[in-house]
Design a protein around this ligand. Structure first.
Ligand SMILES: [Zn+2]
Length: 203
């Protein structure tokens, strides 16, 4: 689904996967579930392109599920926040969510051992800011495309009935998540692209 001149969403993945087309490279946001891999491959084959960079908003399995397969097929550079990097590498073990469903999903988490994860300064793009929007997980982060004022927020909030709301089931720190949502709004984005649900227009 085309979202703007340079942004698309890959249809049919569990958590939303977005593609940003920059002049010289393609940046993918998150990777969906493991079984979404073929959908992602189909997208790139259809477009005759490939991801140069994969930005991971946070370590949850519906966002990193296809990451291993993506690395094997395309060898992209993986980028995440400084904090989330330690979860992706396995250095820090994820905290168990308090909800019953959260605990159940936690048990299904794949092994995280991605050692070569770069931090956002690798992007070195004056048009992109990466902002820590923690709460959902300790290192959850958002990526702002400054020229289009589009922000990719992972699970900092999800869309429901056209509004942004914080998910209670999987969010580890509700208060921090609320502060982060306010931080996202203070960026004055025109369009918010969440990990779950539809794009939300704010202006
Ligand atoms: Zn999540």
């Amino acid at each position: 689904m085309k979202i703007s001149e340079n942004v698309e969403m890959i249809d049919g993945t569990m958590a939303n996967v977005y593609v940003i087309k920059r002049k010289d490279r393609i940046i993918q946001i998150d990777t969906g579930m493991k079984n979404n891999f073929q959908k992602i491959v189909q997208y790139y084959e259809h477009n005759g392109s490939k991801p140069d960079i994969i930005f991971i908003t946070h370590y949850h399995m519906d966002h990193v599920g296809s990451l291993r397969e993506m690395v094997e097929k395309y060898n992209p550079v993986i980028i995440s926040s400084n904090i989330e990097k330690d979860y992706l590498s396995g250095k820090i073990k994820p905290e168990k969510p308090r909800s019953i469903l959260g605990k159940l999903v936690y048990k299904m988490m794949p092994l995280l051992d991605f050692k070569d994860v770069m931090t956002p300064d690798y992007l070195n793009d004056p048009n992109i800011d990466v902002i820590l929007t923690n709460g959902h997980t300790p290192g959850s982060s958002s990526l702002l495309l400054k020229d289009e004022r589009i922000v990719f927020i992972g699970d900092a909030a999800r869309e429901k009935d056209g509004e942004l709301e914080i998910d209670r089931t999987f969010t580890l720190d509700q208060k921090a998540a609320l502060d982060s949502l306010n931080k996202i709004k203070s960026l004055k984005p025109v369009l918010v692209l969440p990990g779950h649900g539809n794009p939300v227009k704010l202006e």
